[in-house]
Structures are given as C-alpha cells and as structure tokens.
Design a protein around this ligand. Sequence first.
Ligand code: IPE
Ligand code: IPE
Ligand code: MG
Ligand code: MG
Ligand code: MG
Length: 298
Amino acid sequence: MKMMDFKSMLEQRQQEFDMALSTHFNEPTLYQHKVFEAMRYSLNVGGKRIRPILFLEAYSLCGKSSQIAKDFACALEMIHTYSLIHDDLPAMDNDDFRRGNPTNHKVFGEGMAILAGDGLLNYAYELMLKRTLDSDNPRPALLAMNTIATASGVYGMIGGQVVDMQSEGKAPNEEDLSFIHQHKTAALLKASVVAGGYLAQASQENLSRLDAYGHHIGMAFQIVDDILDIVGNQDKLGKTVGSDLERGKLTYPCVYGLEKSRVMAKEHLESAKQAICGFGPSSEFFSALADFLLHREY
Ligand code: IPE
Ligand code: IPE
Ligand code: MG
Ligand code: MG
Ligand code: MG
C-alpha cells in the first residue's frame, strides 16, 4: 500500500471515529456539567486515535462489523485520554501542552483535571458494561474487557507509570527501561489489538498473531515517542519538546543513544509486520500502519 493511500484511509477512519466519540458527554444542563466540559475538552481536541483504530482494524480483520465494536473503541480512547490528563499533571510530568492545546489542568485547574480523568476512566467501563449486558452472547465482550482492564491497571499501564515516575533522575538502566515501555505504553496498544480479536471471536492462532503485532508496535511506539521528545517539532507534535530531558526520564535515547534507538524501533516494526502477515493480503492496513508509526512526526 502506498503511504499516500494509507494516509487517506487513516484520515477517513479518524474522522469516522471522531464522529462516534463526539456523541458522548454533551450534557450542558446537568448540575456537574463542568466535568463533562473538561472531559470533552481533552477527548475531542484531537489525537491520532491509534488505539481505537487498532481495535477496529483487528475486529474487522477477524470478519465482523457491529455497534458494540464502535463503543469499545470509544472506551479505549477514553482510557487513553484519562492517562494523558493525569500524566500531564504537575505531580507527574508537569506538561503544559497536549494535542496542540493547553493541558487539561491548565484550563480547568488540577482538581477538575483529576476528576475529568477519573470520569473518563470510569465511564469507559460503564459504556463497555452496558453494551456487554445488551449482548445475547456476552463472553467475547467480557474477554475483550478483561484484556483492556488488565492492560490499563497496576499490572499494565499504571504499573509502568509507577516505575517511570520512580526512575526520574536515576542512572540509565536497561531492565527498568524495558519494564517501563512494555507497561506504560505497549500494554494498552497491544490490548487494543488483542481485544478486537477477542470481541470478533478470533481463533487462537489469530489471537497470537495480534498479540505479537500489538506488542511490537507498542514498543516501537514508545521508542519513537522518546525520540520525538528530543528531535521533534513542537508544533507538529502538539506537546512540549525536551520534557523528558528536563525531568531526567529513563528513555531509549538516554540508555542507547538516538541512532541505536532508531534501529531498535525499526526492528520492532519489522517483527510486527512479520507477525501480522499471517493474515494474508487483508493485513495490508496493519502493515502500512507499522511503517507510519515508525516514520511519524507527531
Ligand atoms: C501519547 O500517546 C502517550 C504515549 C503513550 C506515548 P499518543 O501519541 O497516541 O497520543 P495522541 O492520542 O495521538 O495525542
Ligand atoms: C506516557 O508516556 C505514557 C502514558 C501512559 C500516558 P509519556 O509521558 O512519554 O507520554 P507523553 O510524551 O507525555 O505523551
Ligand atoms: Mg509520562
Ligand atoms: Mg508525559
Ligand atoms: Mg513522551
């Protein structure tokens, strides 16, 4: 697939997804309307929508199409967005820009930003549970939800954020670094792919392919995120460049240097493409997405 064709497919998927997402939290008359405003602010301000797109692609790769998948995709983006709001707080990375705009706490204050994050996280499960309860055959949805819940909790993303925070200012160390990247970022990206497979009742063989693909793009994604924090363009990236260095974060470039980090990201993406090619020609979008994630500037 040509990169140009891929980009227009990606844009179309982003737009479709944004439409689905924007239907949530339009509650201007409720007493607690401020928190809805804060949730909508971070959710609808943009973002690449990689996790929901991964989920929907894995789902359709295994041959299905349905409303429940759209809602699960929205839930994934809500969990991701909550993690960004909290990650940016002064008590964590203390960042002022996200998705090209002031961070949530800069606009709504820290208390409201914490609650908006909590609200998004909880609502994601409200939404998934509602759809699961509506379903005649809830087991695939429960397996998908189980995958998402584990990957975003203390055994996954939160666990990674804990070690990320504790590693600030410490000497470069390969073991901690590998734990951080696998958990804070790769876990949820992998879960997005695998949960799509579970919801579509994919075979064990296909679930293993999705698992390997998700793991490798997840690792590459955070390595590239670390690289962009050094060499990226702030306007394109939509967030402050140099934030990791300022906070003394444990990153791939700080342990391996920029060049070796680039090579390692590329190796992960080659492994991702290798894992997904078992699906045959229908895996073309996933394969092009891996290339896009390696070469992205935002
Ligand atoms: C940023 O994620 C946080 C990381 C896990 C590296 P994204 O780069 O997917 O952020 P958005 O959603 O596009 O803003
Ligand atoms: C974020 O890692 C991981 C999350 C779970 C949010 P970073 O702290 O590197 O993400 P950015 O660079 O702020 O987007
Ligand atoms: Mg962080
Ligand atoms: Mg951060
Ligand atoms: Mg970063």
